[in-house]
Design a protein around this ligand. Structure first.
Ligand SMILES: [Zn+2]
Length: 69
């Protein structure tokens, strides 16, 4: 990473600062753990867009693209 825009650096100068910051916030959230709606543990990872999997109870479920629910 050479720029302070982090993971959104790949967008180059095509998008404004505001848009990039919003995307950066979303991507930061995506990388973290999410709460499982079944066992309530923070053990859910996003597998693909809209697909989430809990590492604790091993349930796989569909959610929204960028959030569990
Ligand atoms: Zn679970």
């Amino acid at each position: 990473m050479t720029k302070k825009v982090g993971s959104t650096g790949r967008f180059g100068a095509r998008y404004g600062k505001k848009v990039r910051k919003r995307v950066l916030d979303i991507e930061k959230k995506l990388r973290g753990w999410h709460k499982c709606p079944y066992c309530s543990k923070l053990r859910v990872k996003r597998m693909a867009v809209g697909i989430w999997k809990c590492k604790s109870c091993n349930k796989e479920f569909a959610g929204r693209a960028y959030e569990v629910k």
